[in-house]
Ligand binder design. Sequence first.
Ligand code: PLP
Length: 389
Amino acid sequence: MTERTYLDHNATAPMRPEAMTALMDTAAATGNASSIHGEGRAARTLIDRARGQVAALVGGDPRGVIFTSCGTEADTLALTPDYMRGSEVLRFDVLLTSAVEHSAVLRGHRFPADRVEVLGVDARGRLKLDELDAALERHSRAGHRALVSIMLANNETGVIQPVAEVARRAHAYDALVHTDAVQAAGRIPISLAGLGVDLISISAHKIGGAPGAGALVVVDHDLRPVPVFGGGGQERGRRAGSENVPAIVAFGAAAASAFAAVEGEVVRIGALRDGLESALRCEFPELVLLVGDVDRLPNTSCLALPGVPAETMVIALDLAGLALSAGAACSSGKVGPSHVLEAMGVPERIARSAVRASFGWSSGEADVEHALSAFRRVLPGLLRRARAA
Ligand code: PLP
């Protein structure tokens, strides 16, 4: 069997051993966390432990954690014009977001399309803060209250947004601030207090938990987005539906493991990623490194071989034993120019050749070596064909 190297952690990370053990142990147990018998109480205890572990990953209060089924659901829950704080009703008239968000945010969800305003980014993929200021000012003059949702780190490029600055500016206009930290969580240290946001979304399968769990963490735990589903009173009435106990417990275990390691992993994984990038650029000067000179996640590399379609490169590398992604492969099978690179003004010929390598907890030196040998086997042929075309 061909040896495989997996460099697609931004699509989904392999499950951490701690999460796998937690998942298997919990899956074998019975008990609905809403039941008052011993089995139910045991499930509730496990969920509450996971709540603390997930809160710690982002420096939040366990009471603010609302478990969902995934990052998309956490974003959907946050993006609503209607919130409650105690018996007070809070209404948001407009959603301000950025052109590089994941589609889980970009569609605006429960905001009508004409109340979603998409702000631009610069050539390095960073939010144009002057556009944010202008939009906040314009809406404030019109008597509109804004919900601002800006991602912490981009899934395709790894670019880190100035979220603390966004929160500072938005709060001056009494806006509510959400950040999608699905890619950033576990990859860089996160402190809700440092970011100054009101709500943050994270997802289990990106940090080495099991698919099937995510969380929206609310700083003011009395603040409640109007629920997406009607039903039972789970998650203190904020998210109806019986909890996915095994996935939540595995999420907690993955969060605890990611939290304990994150400081060292930033350095270790950054060195692996940088090693791959510099070897590739030295051996294949035709390769373009998109967004190298900006604050970005230590695990993500976005590369293009102009003239070679991204899918062709991904398939050829896959056959050579290396798994990585073409553009935004989160919604798998999706092929086409990336809206992220388009928003950054990357020429279409380059954007159509962009591939993403993303490292994570299971990556090591051997992966860099295997990845390099896959590129060495594949790239010369692709380059010859591109030149002949
Ligand atoms: N937000 C970002 C930035 C993502 O990268 C993804 C998935 O790739 C999501 C949200 C959606 O997360 P999930 O797959 O858990 O629904």
